[in-house]
Write a protein that binds this ligand. Sequence first.
Ligand SMILES: CC(C)(COP(=O)(O)OP(=O)(O)OC[C@H]1O[C@@H](n2cnc3c(N)ncnc32)[C@H](O)[C@@H]1OP(=O)(O)O)[C@@H](O)C(=O)NCCC(=O)NCCS
Length: 178
Amino acid sequence: MIHIRNAFTDDIPIIRDIAYKTWPIAFRDILKPEQIDYMLEMMYSPSSLTEQIDIKGHRFLLSFFYDLESNNKESGHRECRYIGYASYELNIAGSDKTKIHKIYVLPKYQGSGCGKALIKEIEKIALFNNSPILSLNVNRNNRAITFYKNFGFKIVNEENIDIGNGFLMEDYVMEKVL
Ligand SMILES: CC(C)(COP(=O)(O)OP(=O)(O)OC[C@H]1O[C@@H](n2cnc3c(N)ncnc32)[C@H](O)[C@@H]1OP(=O)(O)O)[C@@H](O)C(=O)NCCC(=O)NCCS
């Protein structure tokens, strides 16, 4: 069973670990390795993640399950296996939009319902906070576009974002009104 909890700056090593295991595989057919390295440093260095959480108001979620094989019958201790994360920002620029900044699941656990559980959790929180327009950017060649379409997201725009060092993010903007 997949569980979800809020994540904070103490969890940065867990988020980084999942990102560094997921990005090179997710983007290997889409981006050059140098761009993957550059973007990981830009978005996932400890200082960048700290700024996102503490200053920019991005909220992070971690998904995990309890590894039953690690269950210690005497102490009751069970290991937690972290398999995915998402980040989102409510009411961007005072609007009723929720921006989903990140959603990543470890390759081994893709297709396990983890991404769906993370999206459903964000939808619940967005509705509760009167921020019912979900918005996200996705690379125009990313297979995740189909995943988002399954949830009712629609392409509303195209953006080429200059991220420096000669690199571009060639994205679709997708939105869903809850
Ligand atoms: C995209 C991603 C977050 C989806 O999470 P996931 O745990 O693999 O997806 P789920 O198992 O929750 O799938 C939910 C539904 O979407 C479908 N789905 C999942 N990935 C899909 C894909 N690439 N194309 C089409 N449908 C997809 C599943 O079949 C499932 O449908 P169902 O509910 O009818 O059974 C995950 O695959 C991932 O991390 N991918 C690589 C990184 C990435 O591209 N992230 C997005 C960056 S914008």
